[in-house]
Ligand binder design. Structure first.
Ligand code: SAM
Ligand code: ZN
Length: 300
């Protein structure tokens, strides 16, 4: 199989050469000391992505394991069993446990190939998907340097790429087994172009109940209640949905967890300081709902 990474200038296949990736035409892209390859080209992108502080907060929160059922559901959506130590979401209907509603993607055995995560952030979700299949490799793509640095260390079989998803994916046509987007931007036309036959696009989006106990008291940015419909609209035509699962479960968060969960998301841009008195006045443990949908698509 041809290497999936494509030259962002001419689209030719990129191959490793010393501390760089080069295409046949001679365009060359350095591999940074921190392990990622910079594929941003032309006029500097207006997109800057998340800040180092947001990435630090996200890594700290993901490190607690509170979002592990979401990572397990994303892994399952690609047809692989989650790694042994990842708590799998149950099919139970009780709201006091990880809850799955709706169809689940058809099972298929792990089969290798390359999965791209768009807007990979820390690389937390991609690393778990890749870990479930020893033959699988990953590409973590993000427009933010602090994210590219982190995901370069996320998993030995994950390559990290600095690129702007809205400028086109630096990936050759029909080369990928899957594309993942978790709370991140999507570029449906480009995703359809890069998926190989049989490849899946797995999208994780928050529902209006996600972190809802914190939204009012801490003045967080609300999830658009129409998010699911907007997602369906943006993908209709190019993609057919084959599975749609609600993953909803309670989390017991400390004040440090709450601080990180705010600092890692869009509310961080609205200036909630880490020593906010509203957080200081929370009880030692606050029960907060995690609620996302995991949808699997194939190109139409
Ligand atoms: C809310 S974060 C989610 C990160 C990760 N998927 C997770 O859930 O931990 C969204 C990510 O998308 C990245 N991003 C935003 N715009 C982007 C773009 N145009 N191209 C690539 N990545 C982008 C941000 O830098 C950020 O890391
Ligand atoms: Zn080139």
């Amino acid at each position: 199989m041809a290497a999936p990474l494509a030259c962002p200038v001419c689209g030719d296949e990129l191959r490793p050469r010393e501390r760089a990736l080069r295409c046949g035409t001679g365009h060359s892209f350095d591999i940074a000391r921190q392990g990622y390859v910079g594929l941003l080209t032309g006029a500097s992108t207006k997109m800057t992505g998340d800040t180092a502080a947001m990435l630090d907060a996200r890594a700290a929160f993901q490190g607690t394991g509170h979002f592990a059922p979401i990572a397990a559901a994303a892994t399952h959506a690609f047809g692989a069993a989650p790694a042994d130590d990842a708590p799998a979401p149950t099919d139970d209907t009780g709201r006091d446990r990880a809850e799955h509603r709706g169809g689940t993607a058809p099972e298929r055995p792990p089969h290798g190939g390359v999965i791209l995560e768009v807007g990979a952030g820390t690389g937390y979700y991609l690393a778990q998907v890749i870990e479930a299949d020893p033959l699988m490799r990953g590409i973590a793509l993000d427009v933010a340097k602090p994210a590219a640095r982190r995901s370069a260390r996320a998993h030995p079989r994950v390559a990290s790429v600095l690129a702007d998803a809205w400028r086109g994916l630096p990936i050759r046509d029909n080369t990928l087994a899957g594309v993942l987007s978790v709370f991140a931007p999507r570029n449906p036309t480009e995703v359809a172009r890069v998926l190989a036959p049989g490849g899946r696009f797995v999208v994780v989006t928050p529902t209006a109940r996600h972190l809802s106990e914190l939204v009012g008291p801490l003045d967080m940015v609300r999830v658009d209640p129409d998010k699911d419909r907007r997602l369906a609209d943006s993908l209709s035509g190019a993609f057919t949905r084959i599975a749609h699962t609600l993953v909803e479960f309670p989390m017991k968060l400390t004040r440090a967890d709450v601080t990180n969960v705010i600092a890692m998301g869009p509310s961080a841009f609205h200036g909630t300081p880490s020593d906010d008195p509203r957080i200081a006045s929370l009880p030692d443990i606050t029960e907060v709902t995690a609620s996302v949908t995991v949808s699997s698509y194939i190109p139409t």
